[in-house]
Design a protein around this ligand. Structure first.
Ligand SMILES: *Cc1c(COP(=O)(O)O)cnc(C)c1O
Length: 409
């Protein structure tokens, strides 16, 4: 019999959204008349920008004609898209074409990047955070077993909570790889320039690599929050950035993202010599991936046209107005809420430190609202709860009214 990769047996079940869906379905079955509103959704709901749709239609037609048909494209992505990305997102930051790799999304990239690193690297992750970073390292064998307290052995957890203003403290033990997600999912909080500079300096001094997930960069409103880690001096030697068209332009079902990996970011070989990471990723990407569809890359390119920019701005404003309504409504109801200014997530403190799953049940039973328990994003998420701004306006307003009128904090 084939031997399995036993690391997979170390994984905690993908319990979070299965369990919230299960509890919601059970409630609806028992109360068929209830108007249950979901603010648990981590997916966009607004349709794609019109500019993207038009560009994709045009690209489909090109596929119908032998003179414009495209087969395999460059695995790293078409230069028409890479050039637009640099011009619009990295202008003046010294990023070159061969430092960008177009992919089918940030989830794959965040999950796959660990393959170019040795299995005996130590990883640090912020807690709570998007679960993909940790799980893919568990699969690769870079952790020990999951302990009772929800922590994997051999992993450095960087706690982020109200006490430290959601800014992780530098670890005592040096990690090789540091995962940062800014703006953060689930907390909706950010690191400002000064705070991020601390991490870049730390990575330089300690020869660590920062894996910087900027999937929500389009939601940043504060001037003080960098749009890319490459705005920080020195980051070009230590950081890899992940970007996505998913939350930016509604591509969650359409699939397009990219990695920015400067050629100056180094790792080391067993004999101690320095090795640039860019060629390793290039080799990995071109061997295991055959390129994002031409039609999709044309759609992605269209967000950089004047119409595309305007349409993206409108979609994001729509979600961020929902975020404002939730955040201000909760605050008025006496709830302590974070996030919602630079991200479509509101992270609230449960009343009297109520366990987050109990709060899930309370919200569902008493006001028919579904959210996501903080504990599902890491041990430090306990005592917190995530609401999202991806719903429609009316339902969002209605949900906030229900909380304000019926729950006493
Ligand atoms: C949604 C999300 C992603 C995944 O984006 P895709 O490009 O759709 O794969 C990555 N990171 C974070 C933090 C996310 O919330």
């Amino acid at each position: 019999m084939a031997k399995i990769n036993e690391n997979y047996l170390k994984l905690a079940g993908s319990y979070l959204f299965r369990e919230t869906a299960h509890r919601t379905a059970a409630y609806k079955e028992a109360h068929p008349e209830a108007d249950v509103i979901s603010l648990g959704i981590g997916d966009v709901t607004q349709p794609l920008p019109k500019a993207c749709i038009e560009a994709m239609h045009k690209a489909v037609d090109e596929m119908a004609c032998s003179s414009t048909f495209r087969g395999y494209g460059p695995e790293q992505g078409y230069s028409f898209l890479i050039e637009k990305i640099i011009e619009n997102n990295y202008k003046g930051l010294g990023i070159e074409n061969d430092e960008i790799f177009i992919s089918d999304g940030a989830k794959s990239d965040c999950g796959n990047i660990q393959e170019i690193f040795s299995v005996d690297n130590r990883i640090a992750i912020t807690d709570p955070v998007y679960p993909v970073y940790l799980d893919t390292n568990v699969m690769a064998g870079r952790t020990g077993l999951l302990a009772e307290d929800g922590h994997y052995a051999g992993v450095t957890y960087l706690s982020c909570n109200a006490e430290n203003n959601f800014c992780p403290e530098l670890p005592e033990e040096r990690p090789d790889l540091i995962y940062l997600c800014c703006p953060n999912n689930p907390t909706g909080t950010t690191l400002n320039r000064e705070q991020l500079k601390v991490w870049v300096d730390y990575a330089r001094e300690n020869e660590s690599v920062i894996l910087f997930d900027a999937a929500y960069n389009a939601y940043i409103t504060d001037e003080d929050v960098p749009r890319t880690i490459f705005e920080i001096e020195g980051a070009h030697d230590v950081a890899i950035e992940f970007r996505s068209f998913s939350k930016t332009a509604g591509f969650t079902g359409t699939r397009c993202g990219y990695i920015v990996l400067p050629k100056t970011v180094m790792g080391k070989t067993a004999d101690g010599s320095r090795q640039a990471l860019n060629p390793l990723w290039n080799r990995r990407h071109t061997t295991k991936f055959n390129g994002t569809a031409y039609i999709i890359q044309r759609g992605a390119e269209a967000i950089y046209t004047p119409e595309g920019k305007q349409q993206v701005k409108e979609i994001i404003s729509y979600y961020m107005e929902n975020a404002r309504i939730i955040r201000e409504g909760l605050t008025a109801a006496g709830v302590t809420a974070f996030g919602g200014v630079n991200a479509p997530y509101i992270w609230l403190k449960t009343p009297d430190n109520m366990p987050s799953w109990d709060f899930f049940d309370k919200l569902l039973n008493e006001v028919n609202i579904v959210g996501t328990p903080g504990a599902g994003f890491g041990p430090c998420g306990e005592g917190y709860f995530r609401l999202t701004a991806f719903g429609n306006r009316e339902k969002t307003i209605e949900a906030v009214e229900r909380i304000r009128n019926n729950l006493h904090f």
